[in-house]
Design a protein around this ligand. Sequence first.
Ligand code: SF4
Ligand code: SF4
Length: 221
Amino acid sequence: MAEELERSQAEEPKDTKPGFMNPVAGFGVTFKAMFKKRLTEQYPEQQKTTAPRFHGRHQLNRHPDGLEKCVGCELCAWACPADAIYVEGADNTDEERYSPGERYGRVYQINYARCILCGLCIEACPTRALTMTNEFELADSSRANLIYTKEQLLAGLEEGMVDSPHAIYPGMDEQDYYRGLVTEAAPGTERQVAHSKGEVVQEADSTFGGTEPASGKVIGR
Ligand code: SF4
Ligand code: SF4
C-alpha cells in the first residue's frame, strides 16, 4: 500500500511555474479570446439567411386556382406534441366553396407561445396544405398576438389565383387537383361572397386572465 502511494506521488506531474504566475495564467483564456476573430452578428440590421429547410412560421397553401388545400382533418393538431394547433373543419357547399373536396378548415389557429417548431404537424398533413416558411421573427410581448389565425397563415394569392371561396374548376374533381391538372382559376371565376360566415371578430375575453387584452383575432370567414 505504502509502495503504491509512493509510486503515484512520483508519477504526478510537478507544477514548475512559480506561485505568483497562477493568477496571471487564469487570464490566459481572456487574452487568447481578445485576438480571435469576432463572431458578433449585427442582427437585426444584417439578417442571416436561413437554411433552405429551416423550420419557421407555418403557411397554409392554396391550389393553383386559389382554393385552399386544407381539408380540416385535424391530423396536424393531433400530431402536435405541444398542443399548439386548433382546427375546426366545416362542409363546403356549392354556394360557398373554400377547397375542392367535401370539407375545409373553417378555423385554423397556431399558438406560437406553445409551438416548438418541430415540424411534426407538416409531416402529418395529408394534402401538403401545411408547410413551414423561413420566417423566424415571431417574438411578441402579448400572448394573444402569438395566436396566429387562418387569415394570417393562409398563403397570399399568386398569378392565376382567385381568393376563396369560389367554385371548383369546371369538369375537374378533387383528385384532379391533387394530380396537378388544375393550373389556374377557370376563366370568369369570381370570389364568392360568404354570407353565412362573414369575417367575425372574436368578442370573448381572453382565456389568459384579466390582465391579458382580449384577442382581436378572426375566428371564421
Ligand atoms: S411545429 Fe411542432 S410544436 Fe409547432 S405546431 Fe407543428 S407539431 Fe406543434
Ligand atoms: S393543415 Fe393539413 S393536417 Fe391540418 S387540418 Fe388542414 S389538411 Fe388536415
